[in-house]
Design a protein around this ligand. Structure first.
Ligand code: C2E
Ligand code: MG
Ligand code: MG
Ligand code: MG
Length: 286
């Protein structure tokens, strides 16, 4: 019996692995055509200043809508794009789209905001990244100060090269933010070694605020960044409790469902239309 069962399990495992590999390979092929088929779009999540309740910027987040798969999460397709090298073209599309959109909002007379774009480490270290950023800024005519690049601690794996690229980016006037701060192995090291502007406290720490009651770790991260003259942004704020704690601790900027989910271009535009006139309404999620 046990032999029989073992055999079945093996077959089952194989079948599951096969269907996983199959989906991955199919996805790879569909991903190749996604730009040309206009299947990508960006959504924008507002960054809010807690004191003024005004929007101070937005994070551009990539969405892939496929006719068969439906909406695919970036958590699923970004790793595939990285593996296959498609991240380069996709990342460029994201940069172009975000910068053009931001410039267009400025041209329409909205108060200038900074757009944050997520950058994959592989994209960052491919040797062409600096050139791409330069040409995108030139073509979109967006002033560099209104572009922020979000990179993760994994750039520390290649610290010399990363420092070099960052120094050039900073010379252009672009801002640098460390995303998911505190989740990697080099959180403290990165602060002393690389020229950065902002740290984004990872959502996992914000989540703990409701469980562990007043996490000393977050207080320490906020103090540290303030002492180093870095901006600090909290991500994934969902509750009034979390917001109150952050404010008490000196963190004044953040994003999360408490304020708004990421919004489609036209929805975000509606929001910034009233931004200058009216305080941001929480739970504005559409
Ligand atoms: P991230 O950069 O850390 O982005 C934050 C993620 O948390 C986003 O998920 C956002 O929608 C979600 N989020 C924001 N506020 C809340 C909240 O209050 N509660 C909860 N539960 N979630 C919240 P999303 O859009 O699914 O993106 C996931 C990750 O995919 C991003 O994490 C980023 O690492 C990556 N990603 C997204 N767009 C791009 C892109 O254009 N390029 C690259 N390289 N990566 C991207
Ligand atoms: Mg991000
Ligand atoms: Mg993040
Ligand atoms: Mg995160």
């Amino acid at each position: 019996l046990s032999k029989e069962r073992g055999k079945n399990e093996f077959t089952f495992y194989n079948a599951e692995l096969n269907s996983y590999m199959k989906r991955k390979m199919e996805m790879e092929n569909h991903l190749k055509k996604a730009i040309d088929k206009n299947q990508f779009s960006l959504v924008y999540q507002p960054k809010v200043n807690f004191l003024t309740n005004k929007i101070v910027g937005m994070e551009a987040l990539l969405r892939w809508e496929h006719p068969e798969y439906g909406l695919v999460s970036p958590a699923e397709f970004i790793p595939i794009a990285e593996e296959t090298g498609q991240i380069e073209a996709i990342g460029k599309w994201v940069l172009e789209t975000a910068c053009k959109q931001n410039k267009s909002w400025q041209n329409q007379g909205f108060p200038p905001l900074s757009v944050s774009v997520n950058v994959s480490v592989l994209q960052f270290q491919n040797g062409k990244f600096l050139k791409t950023v330069k040409s995108v800024l030139e073509e979109s005519k967006l002033d560099a100060q209104f572009l922020e690049l979000e990179i993760t601690e994994s750039i520390m794996q290649n610290i010399r090269e990363s420092k070099d690229i960052l120094t050039h980016l900073k010379a252009l006037g672009v801002k640098i933010s460390i995303d998911d701060f505190g989740t990697g192995y080099s959180s403290l090291h990165i602060l002393s070694k690389l020229p950065i502007d902002t740290i984004k406290i990872d959502k996992s720490f914000i989540d703990e605020l409701d469980q562990l009651d007043r996490s000393p770790i977050i207080k320490a991260i906020i103090d540290l960044s303030l002492n180093l003259n870095l901006s600090i942004v909290a991500e994934g704020i969902e509750t009034e409790n979390q917001l109150a704690f952050l404010q008490e601790s000196g963190c004044m900027i953040g994003q999360g469902y408490l304020f708004s989910k990421p919004l489609k271009t036209n929805e975000f535009e509606q929001l910034i239309k009233i931004n200058g006139l009216k305080s941001f309404e929480k739970q504005h999620s559409l």
